[in-house]
Ligand binder design. Structure first.
Ligand code: NAD
Length: 410
């Protein structure tokens, strides 16, 4: 994963290099972007079954030339330093492409939280917050939830941090519950942002909403909200799937009814496999589950006209190359799923000002930011005759390089 992220930066920087006269300074900036500014790692101690146990913990701060570091904290047994570093790097690119004033970071603890009691999870969260406390803060680094962490974990971490600094500082963590300064609209933000991208893409390309069909792989937070909101906008959502298989109806599926079944613990009326969903003859294919779901083995069978990447890294680089050559647009993850971090940014803005927005305002501001990000990328794509992914990477790297040069860091 790290190798792929670094290769992506090296590859796309060659297109950007043409725009800089001072090639030496440009190269220095790209070399700096390949390396995180700070790697914080160590063991944290947690009470488990009445005994002290230690766990490996990381916080990696990638680049803060554009603003404070920002990124989630995950608790997972497969966390590695390389993975955290790759995710921190991708966060820098995502914030730059969305045009929000942050640099990237990521944190993680190598632990299986499903084996912990609630008290042990609280102790883990507290211990991790003490570990990163000297390196975070509203204008330094703003963590958020990620895999296996949530609003409760953020609340425990916030309390620990505030006690340590002797000051209330709600803007130091985002993804908090509303009671502690969270933002309205955060739950659906990633799916909502993706649907704004879907809408602006359709308008830019002259695709009619009513005659467009959509298939969504993944029926978790992102997939559900994307499917529900796309349907509300008039797109025909013909298929959705979870890890067990998919539901297909060419007249359109009832997204809310399927979610009710899932919440009641009932089986979805599965009638296609996950692989079949990927190959349906549709307008928009939306991978919203896992990384590497579109590969060289299945890409040849894809009949969708456009792919909107809602999961992180769902298309392998070989499959991406094939799709580009075949003329199938791929709207990349760093743009399509940036709605989540954008509403986290709104949470921070609200905490800093102490004034809280309505959900309507959150959605309007999100629409403005993500539509502008799409149009900026679309202009670069057209001008440079490159893919959407190429244009997104071009723009994010340019914004980071320019910020580093202005600061005189290179
Ligand atoms: P989630 O855990 O809520 O849902 C994941 C869904 O994928 C589940 O419905 C699961 O059944 C399904 N799934 C798992 N394996 C599958 C398979 N082989 N085929 C089809 N479906 C399968 O996760 P989420 O929060 O919805 O995140 C989904 C993706 O979006 C991840 O890649 C995540 O990194 C990315 N993402 C999420 C957010 C966010 O705000 N939640 C933000 C940015 C990116």
């Amino acid at each position: 994963m790290l190798a792929a992220a670094l290769k992506q930066i090296k590859d796309y920087s060659s297109v950007l290099a043409e725009d800089y006269e001072d090639k030496k300074t440009f190269k220095k900036a790209i070399d700096a972007i390949l390396i995180p500014q700070r790697i914080i790692k160590g063991k944290i101690s947690v009470n488990v079954d009445g005994k002290k146990k230690t766990f490996q913990a990381f916080r990696i701060q990638h680049n803060d030339a554009r603003g404070p570091f920002k990124g989630g904290i995950r608790f997972h047994p497969n966390v590695t330093e390389d993975e955290v570093r790759a995710l921190a790097t991708l966060m820098s690119l995502k914030c730059a492409v969305a045009g929000i004033p942050y640099g990237g970071a990521k944190g993680g603890v190598v632990v299986d939280p499903s084996k912990l009691s609630k008290d042990e999870l609280k102790d883990l969260s507290t211990s991790y917050a003490k570990f990163i406390a000297p390196y975070i803060g509203v204008w330094r680094d703003v963590p958020a939830p990620d895999v296996n962490t949530d609003g409760q974990v953020m609340s425990w971490m916030l309390e620990t941090y505030e006690k340590k600094i002797g000051l209330l500082s709600p803007g130091t963590f985002t993804g908090k519950p509303l009671e502690l300064g969270g933002s309205l609209g955060r739950t659906e933000a990633t799916g909502q942002g993706g649907v704004f991208v879907l809408d602006v893409y359709a308008r830019a390309k002259g695709i009619k909403v009513k005659s467009s069909t959509v298939a969504v792989q993944g029926f978790g937070n992102v997939g559900f909200w994307f499917a529900k909101l796309a349907k509300e906008l008039g797109f025909r959502v013909v298929a959705i799937s979870d890890s067990k298989g998919g539901v297909y109806d060419k007249k359109g599926v009832d997204v809310d009814k399927l979610m009710r079944l899932k919440e009641e613990g009932k089986m979805l009326p599965i009638n296609i496999t996950n692989d079949e969903l990927l190959t349906l003859p549709i307008t928009f294919l939306v991978p919203a589950a896992l990384e590497n779901s579109i590969t060289k083995d299945n890409v040849g069978k894809i009949r969708a006209k456009v792919i909107i990447e809602m999961a992180n890294g769902p298309t392998t680089s070989e499959a991406d190359k094939y799709l580009y050559e075949k003329g199938i647009d791929v709207v990349p993850d760093i743009l399509a799923n940036s709605g989540g971090v954008t509403v986290s940014y709104f949470e921070w803005v609200q905490n800093l000002s102490g004034y809280y927005w309505t959900k309507e305002r959150v959605n309007l501001e999100l629409k403005n930011i993500i539509t502008k990000a799409f149009m900026d990328i679309y202009k670069v794509k057209t001008l440079k005759k490159i893919s959407f992914r190429g244009a997104a990477n071009y723009l994010s790297l340019k914004r980071m390089v320019d910020a580093m040069m202005l600061r005189g860091r290179v």
